[in-house]
Design a protein around this ligand. Structure first.
Ligand SMILES: [Fe+2]
Length: 185
């Protein structure tokens, strides 16, 4: 057996950074999150170019391919719009029965779930926390700390994203800061 068929991985982690030639990066700025936060006056006070979150992802197969997997790391900045924590847009999967794993890498936050009957609950995220998001459940993440929250995700390549439902109807509860404590109201 020669060593010529032993190669280095194409992807690796350095701390919570995903490194590799095929890593794609995307950003969401304040202006991409219009209508997500309750306090519109507070929203308008914030620079529309302000970064809210960035995503590094590895998408090895074409979107929609059955049986493949995608991998991503999200970096969600700390901050609030009024008393509501910075958060991701949130989505159901377009193929609604597809599940996903999230796991906490750095910082602290909350993974907010909502089922199709609009029942909402949340799990604390912290370095090492692992979260199974079943099919049929909308999900979004809020940064409840003072530093960057980073978390990993792994989801099926045929899950897709249905952002529309959440953009139109929101979640049934909001995660707000009440005297320094996150409250789901
Ligand atoms: Fe998802």
């Amino acid at each position: 057996m020669s060593t010529s068929n032993i190669i280095n991985p194409a992807l690796f982690f350095a701390d919570d950074n995903l490194i590799g030639d095929k890593v794609e990066k995307s950003v969401r700025r304040m202006k991409d999150l219009k209508g997500i936060f309750q306090d519109e006056a507070a929203f308008l006070q914030i620079q529309e170019e302000k970064l809210v979150y960035e995503v590094s992802s590895f998408l090895p197969v074409k979107e929609g391919t059955p049986g493949g997997l995608y991998f991503g790391i999200t970096y969600l900045y700390p901050g609030k719009v009024g008393d509501e924590y910075f958060m991701t847009k949130g989505h159901f999967h377009a193929n609604i029965d597809r599940a996903e794993f999230y796991w906490g890498l750095k910082g602290e936050g909350m993974l907010i779930f909502m089922d199709e009957q609009r029942k909402v609950w949340a799990e604390r995220m912290f370095p090492g926390s692992l979260h199974y998001i079943p099919g049929g459940i909308a999900h979004r993440v809020a940064n409840t700390g003072n530093q960057m929250l980073s978390f990993g995700a792994c989801w099926p390549s045929d899950a897709g994203h249905n952002y529309e439902e959440i953009a139109q109807n929101g979640f049934a509860c909001r995660l707000v800061d009440r005297n320094g404590v996150p409250n789901l109201i």
